[in-house]
Design a protein around this ligand. Structure first.
Ligand code: HXC
Length: 511
């Protein structure tokens, strides 16, 4: 009896040798010369040592290779469970076929059922051409799973090689996409097809390289320097997030100083006197959040707005802030879409929103109007208005017009609104006010006389936070140095916030 068991165990070990060790050896031979890691090496870098449990390593299509070009399973990251799947480029170019498609869908189902984040590693040619419509079916079924898991579990995509054709829509449906400089490519149509179809000549890197996707199209949320950096970013990101929409994010002891510190006092000197002078909003944020740590999302895209995960008093928050260093911090189409998606993610996963406003308004311009700033700029308003998580806003300097309203104003449902004495809250800035309200008077003047009168009127129309404070739209005007303490106290007060939303199938965010 025991001999038979021994035989069967030996047989199992042989099969596993083929499915894992030999497959891994072949994969290393093909990936390493290109400076790329194998699927299992990538999973090992991401997950806690020894925690990865592979599933379906014996799955195959017909007489094809065991595993079918995809490595999948569950593991832990910093002791917290996740599900993971990774395309193995050494097998049919990492393309997704019937068996590998079933595997990825199975692990997606497991993640959703158990309420844990899923990380997908893409390095492949998309739908497997030989398997025709079956591979398309698996991809479409995967799209349904990503959609149903949206707002239920965090979904993260690493692009560590090509991700081409309709296959790019799988990561595009997830919450965060990470690319690696000079390694990742994401395109719906490659350069060869483009040349044949339209005659356009462009390199793959210019069309859909990592840098383009992280800075221009906004398809990628982080541009990593190498694979290790990309994986590291994902691990840090996971540390800020709850496992699912019913869970809370990991919490740490609040060991922040209970009194105003030297670093806090520096906030009293950060905002320049000139209304149009720039400064770096991250210098403000770093003095408010724990240890000055900000994990920026979309850091290389729409830099006029900052979206970042951070902690305040040991608890995760989502930070949204205008960045006066770029485009005066005005909200353009890209900034609206970037921040709207971030706000909605935070709301879905119970992360309070901390907003820092210094915004001259929505960006004017023909490009913006024709590009749809009305409908696309509406996304950020919609996102803030529908968010029911605790919302705390600090007006640092300008909050003009639509910019005032959208950046976490009381009227969109913010719970605690604070302003610095440097805040300028108005429909338009002093220059604009004078041009509209005193146009006729100024038109009657000319030369030096007109300029002098204009200066006088502008000086008279200086904006402040007090009209808003008088009406309770700002709960308190605070000394900048007290911001960290005030924000910490506000978030503490809001911990028990509950809010209800009207019953409906779903809203219809302007898209
Ligand atoms: C089957 C594929 C494949 C695919 C690559 N291979 N893509 N096999 N189906 N889709 C194989 C190649 O034949 C080759 O096999 C090996 O993988 C490596 O490919 P290379 O071309 O040699 O590598 P490279 O030069 O690095 O180019 C990688 C690539 C290119 C950019 C991914 O292979 C490519 O463009 N592939 C086709 C992409 C594509 O059109 N996919 C369909 C997308 S539509 P050998 O045996 O020679 O090593 C889609 C619909 C999804 O995905 C629907 C979503 C809803």
């Amino acid at each position: 009896m025991a001999d038979r068991t021994t035989e069967l165990i030996d047989d199992l070990l042989l099969r596993r040798e083929e499915a894992v060790r030999l497959a891994e050896k072949r994969a290393a031979e093909r990936q390493h010369p290109k400076g790329k890691l194998t699927a299992r090496e990538r999973i090992a870098l991401l997950t806690d040592p020894g925690s990865f449990v592979e599933i379906d390593e014996f799955a195959r299509h017909g007489a094809g290779p065991l595993g079918d070009g995809l490595v999948a399973g569950h593991a832990t990251v910093d002791g917290r469970p996740i599900c993971v799947h990774a395309q193995d480029f050494s097998v049919f170019g990492g393309s997704l076929g019937e068996a590998s498609g079933a595997k990825v869908n199975k692990v997606m189902d497991l993640a959703t059922r158990t309420g844990v984040p899923v990380v997908g590693i893409n390095d492949g040619g998309g739908a497997r051409i030989q398997e025709g419509v079956t591979s398309l079916a698996r991809y479409a079924e995967l799209a349904v799973r990503h959609t149903n898991a949206s707002g239920v579990i965090p979904q993260i995509s690493l692009i560590l090689g090509p991700c081409a054709g309709g296959a790019v829509y799988a990561p595009a449906l997830t919450d965060f996409t990470v690319v690696v400089d000079k390694l990742s490519q994401m395109v719906v149509t490659g350069p060869d097809v483009l040349r044949a179809a339209t005659g356009e000549e462009i390199t793959l890197d210019d069309l859909g390289g990592a840098r383009v996707n992280a800075t221009v199209s906004g398809n990628a949320h982080y541009l990593a320097t190498d694979e290790a950096d990309a994986i590291d970013w994902v691990k840090t990101l996971l540390g800020y997030l709850p496992a699912n929409n019913r869970d809370s994010a990991p919490e740490y002891d609040d060991d922040t100083a209970p009194e105003v510190t030297a670093s806090d006092l520096e906030l009293n000197r950060i905002v320049p006197d000139g209304a149009n002078q720039g400064y770096d909003m991250t210098d403000v944020l770093a003095r408010v959040v724990d240890d000055g740590d900000l994990l920026q999302v979309h850091g290389a895209f729409a830099p006029n707005i900052i979206c970042a995960f951070a902690r305040v008093g040991g608890r995760s928050v989502g930070v949204v802030a205008n960045q006066p260093r770029f485009g005066a911090g005005a909200i353009d189409i890209d900034a609206s879409e970037k921040a709207a998606r971030f706000v909605r993610f935070c709301d879905a996963f119970n992360l309070p929103l901390l907003t820092f406003a210094d915004v001259p308004g929505y960006l004017p311009g023909l490009d913006q109007e024709r590009g749809g700033i009305i409908r696309r700029g509406a996304k950020l308003i919609y996102a803030y208005a529908e968010a029911t998580v605790p919302k705390v806003t600090v007006v640092v300097r300008k909050a003009y017009g639509g910019g005032y309203a959208v950046m976490g104003s009381k009227h969109l449902g913010a719970d605690v609104n604070l302003a610095w004495p440097t805040a300028r809250i108005a429909v338009v800035g002093p220059e604009g006010t004078v041009q509209v309200l005193h146009r006729r008077e100024l038109a009657a003047l000319s030369g030096a006389e007109r300029a002098a009168r204009e200066r006088e009127l502008i000086a008279r129309h200086q904006d402040s936070p007090y009209p808003a404070a008088e009406r309770g739209y700002v709960d308190s005007v605070i000394e900048p140095a007290r911001t960290r303490l005030a924000v910490t106290a506000a978030l503490r007060a809001l911990r028990g916030k509950t809010a209800s939303v009207p019953a409906r199938k779903h809203g219809n965010i302007p898209l």
